[in-house]
Design a protein around this ligand. Structure first.
Ligand SMILES: [Zn+2]
Length: 316
């Protein structure tokens, strides 16, 4: 009976939802993707979330599996204790009681989590931070956000907003951040910010040269790309050094689009972080291992934790 149990897991993003049936040992037995189409408004997105979850639960039963819980990850500010999607810029949630809606629609215990925090949970327990105990997961894409995971649990914060490392001020005279302040880490060193900065200095339209191309041009010796890349690396190192001063982790796991630059990012970033360590112990700096499935797996872990089956999952 135990081997037949699965969790219905969904990771809801601004453009797409990654969905899966996940076994208690953290293995996904079925995966699906669906468009979010956030322009339809939050009510329509909620309907889609619930329809997809019901569909997955039905497929589990058809395959002889027993869905025992639902885990949903969403972006923005998430009140995990109340199960409420408090606020989200790219999906439009405003105080949506997603957990209760899922419970009444599916009749299964449901956990609601923050996409980056559960992604960090998955990387810390099943991915690149496995075995480290104290892990800082940093997702670098359009923005920058983090999850601080200690012994397999991600800190949520008093208001559901822990981990906003992207809004550490690193350059007081830097570009204005989406949050309204100047010089936030994500305004300087996110993948989006790197592309913008290069376009600005090169006198090109934003978006013509991708951030991956900036990395390639920097590696090929183009001075302007090299300068923009190094500026971003130095800012990231400042942000990570602040994170390390606060959390003293064993491992920093970098995920998101920028981490796919590989050694072009990790080699100079390790060196820059090393320079910033004084009495602090230098963390291991590694690339995420679970790719874009981390959020979905993490949503499943959160649901399993709520059921109290975490011990079994970690002893596999
Ligand atoms: Zn900011």
């Amino acid at each position: 009976m135990d081997a037949d149990r699965v969790v219905v897991a969904l990771d809801v993003g601004g453009t797409g939802m990654k969905c899966a049936l996940v076994r208690p040992d953290g293995v996904a037995v079925r995966t699906e993707r669906h468009p979010t189409d956030a322009t339809r408004g939050p009510d329509a997105v909620v309907d889609t979330i619930l329809d997809v979850a019901v569909g997955l639960a039905d497929k589990a039963r058809a395959d002889g599996l027993t869905p025992v819980a639902v885990g949903i990850a969403v972006p923005g500010i998430v009140d995990e204790a109340r199960g409420v999607a408090v606020w989200s810029a790219n999906v439009g949630f405003r105080d949506v009681p997603l957990r209760d809606l899922a419970v009444s629609r599916l009749g299964l215990p449901t956990a609601l989590g923050h996409d980056v925090r559960v992604g960090g949970l998955a990387e810390a327990r099943l991915g690149a931070g496995r075995g480290a105990g104290h892990v800082l997961f940093v997702a670098i894409g359009t923005g920058i956000a983090a999850a601080h995971v200690v012994d397999g649990a991600a800190a949520v914060g008093a208001h559901g907003a822990a981990g906003e490392i992207g809004h550490i001020m690193v350059r007081p005279d830097g570009p204005r951040c989406g949050c309204g302040r100047p010089g936030c880490l994500e305004a300087v060193a996110s993948a989006a910010a790197i592309g913008r900065r290069y376009a600005e200095l090169a006198g090109e339209t934003v978006g013509v040269v991708t951030t991956a191309e900036v990395a390639q041009r920097a590696a090929a010796g183009e001075p302007l790309a090299g300068r923009v890349w190094q500026e971003a690396v130095e800012a990231l190192a400042d942000g990570l050094a602040t994170g390390q001063a606060l959390f003293d982790v064993a491992t920093i796991v970098l995920g998101g689009g920028l981490a796919q630059a590989g050694d072009r990012l990790f080699d100079p970033l390790r060196a820059a972080l090393h320079e910033r360590m004084t009495f602090h112990r230098e963390p291991r700096l590694v690339a995420a291992a679970l790719g874009d499935e981390a959020g979905c797996l993490g949503a499943a872990l959160l649901a399993l934790d709520a059921l109290g089956v975490r011990d079994r999952q970690e002893k596999r």
